[in-house]
Design a protein around this ligand. Sequence first.
Ligand code: HEC
Length: 111
Amino acid sequence: MEHRKMLAAAVAAVMLGVAGPARADAKRIELPADGLQLKPSTLPGYAKAQANCVACHSAEYMAYQPPTAARPYWEAMVKRMKAVFKAPVDEADMPAIVDYLVKTYGNEQAP
Ligand code: HEC
């Protein structure tokens, strides 16, 4: 998130820089690819994770977790997102989200 803010500030600064009256040619700015999607799944937690987990960051953060990460690791992760970053996750949705995460990115992935 902080990274995004800094990026936005940098982009704004560059745009201000090129927006002078003499510069008609707008500078093209290539943003880094940061749009990794959650892996689709038939698990009910997939839709809930889509709704609750990719508002602040892309699915890259999930994809970069160790595939050996077990269920308690993902539980702690979801709780941390809620407690520390105020992710708007419903208490009732947590088990399904954790189930999706551990089976998609953690140590319960189908072989
Ligand atoms: C309100 C914003 C927000 C929402 C919503 C959110 N996160 Fe995050 N998440 C963050 C921020 C900020 C970081 C980076 C902070 C850090 O590095 O500790 C992060 C980091 C992560 C990481 C990287 C590992 C780590 O410890 O930093 C994972 C995995 C992750 N989030 C998973 C999730 C999951 C799963 C959900 C849904 C339950 C979720 N996030 C919802 C803000 C959010």
